[in-house]
Design a protein around this ligand. Structure first.
Ligand SMILES: NC(=O)c1ccc[n+]([C@@H]2O[C@H](COP(=O)([O-])OP(=O)(O)OC[C@H]3O[C@@H](n4cnc5c(N)ncnc54)[C@H](OP(=O)(O)O)[C@@H]3O)[C@@H](O)[C@H]2O)c1
Length: 256
C-alpha cells in the first residue's frame, strides 16, 4: 500500500490506517450495529490480519477500553512494523469516560499505555480532546507535558485530535500532527487541513465513514480522492473489526 510522509515527523504511514475503538470497547459508542469486543485470541488474529494487509498506522487510546491491552498482546515482534499512535486526556474505566489534562495525569496515562502496549515508546501521542479544544491547550499543562515527553524520547511526534476547526488551528502552533473529522457530511476542517499541509503538519482523518452511518464506498472515495484532502492528508484512519472490509478499503485507496 502507498506510504505517505506524516508531515515533517520523519514517520511514514499507510494511506489507510486502522482505528481500534472496536477491538476494545462496545458501549458508549456511535456505531450503527451492536457488536462484541473480540476475545484476546480473536484480537490477535484481527491485528495480524490488519498488518498482513500492509497497514502501518494503528490508532488507539486509553479511552478505547481494552484496545491497548489487546494490541500489546497481539503485536509482539511485529511492533516495529507499525507507527503506533495513542492518546492522552481521556480514560475509560468501569464503563465511564473521564477527562484529565493535568501534567500528572498525562504522564500516568502514558505510563499505563506503554505498559499495556508492551513497548518502551510510541510513535505519536495525540491530545484526546473532549471538545473544549482551546481551553485544554491554553489552560492545562497537557501541551507542555507532551513536549517534555517528546524531548525525553518516549514518542517521536505529538499532536491534537479535537472537535473544532478553531482548536485544530490553535494546535498548528505546536503540533506535529492533527487528527481531524472529515467526511461527505462534515467538512468544517477543510481550511485548517490545507493550512496544516502548508506548514508541514501531518494530517490524519477520522470518522470518514461517519462511524459507519454513511454509504461506505461513496464516503471513502470522497475522503481519499476529493480536493482538498486527496493530496494533503497522510492517512485515512478507518475503524473496523473486519480485515475483509479493510482490504476493500485498501483496494479503493489503490484505485487510480
Ligand atoms: N476523538 C478522537 O480522537 C477520535 C474520535 C473518533 C474516531 N477516532 C479514530 O478514528 C477511527 C475511525 O473512526 P470511527 O471508527 O468512529 O468511524 P469510521 O471509520 O468512520 O467508521 C467505522 C465503521 O465503518 C464500518 N466499515 C469500515 N469499512 C467498511 C466498509 N468497507 N464497508 C462497510 N462498512 C465499513 C466499520 O464496521 P466493521 O467493523 O463491520 O468493518 C465501523 O463500524 C477510530 O477507530 C479511532 O481510531 C478518534
Amino acid at each position: 500500500m502507498e506510504q505517505r510522509p506524516l508531515g515533517r515527523t520523519g514517520l511514514s504511514v499507510s494511506r489507510i490506517g486502522w482505528g481500534t475503538v472496536k477491538i476494545g470497547r462496545s458501549t458508549g459508542v456511535k456505531y450503527p450495529d451492536a457488536f462484541d469486543v473480540p476475545s484476546a485470541s480473536e484480537a490477535d488474529w484481527i491485528v495480524n490480519a490488519m498488518l498482513d494487509l500492509g497497514i502501518t498506522l494503528i490508532d488507539t487510546a486509553p479511552a478505547y477500553g481494552l484496545a491497548e491491552e489487546r494490541l500489546g498482546g497481539a503485536l509482539g515482534s511485529r511492533r516495529h512494523e507499525v507507527v503506533l499512535c495513542t492518546k492522552v486526556g481521556e480514560q475509560f474505566e468501569n464503563g465511564r469516560s473521564t477527562h484529565d489534562f493535568s501534567a500528572a495525569s498525562t504522564r500516568r496515562s502514558l505510563e499505563l499505555s506503554l505498559r499495556k502496549l508492551r513497548t518502551d515508546a510510541v510513535d505519536l501521542i495525540l491530545v484526546h480532546s473532549d471538545g473544549r479544544d482551546i481551553e485544554i491547550q491554553t489552560e492545562t499543562d497537557v501541551v507542555e507535558t507532551l513536549q517534555d515527553i517528546k524531548k525525553a524520547g518516549m514518542t517521536q511526534a505529538i499532536g491534537f485530535s479535537g472537535k473544532t476547526p478553531d482548536g485544530a488551528a490553535h494546535a498548528l502552533g505546536w503540533a506535529d500532527v492533527l487528527m481531524c473529522e472529515y467526511s461527505i457530511d462534515v467538512q468544517t476542517h477543510a481550511a485548517v487541513i490545507l493550512q496544516a499541509a502548508e506548514q508541514g503538519v501531518g494530517v490524519l482523518l477520522k470518522k470518514v465513514l461517519g462511524s459507519g452511518h454513511l454509504p461506505a464506498a461513496e464516503a471513502l472515495d470522497h475522503a481519499l480522492h476529493s480536493a482538498p484532502v486527496a493530496s494533503t492528508v497522510a492517512s485515512v484512519v478507518i475503524g473496523s473489526l473486519s480485515p475483509d472490509r479493510m482490504a476493500a478499503n485498501i483496494r479503493m485507496a489503490e484505485r487510480p
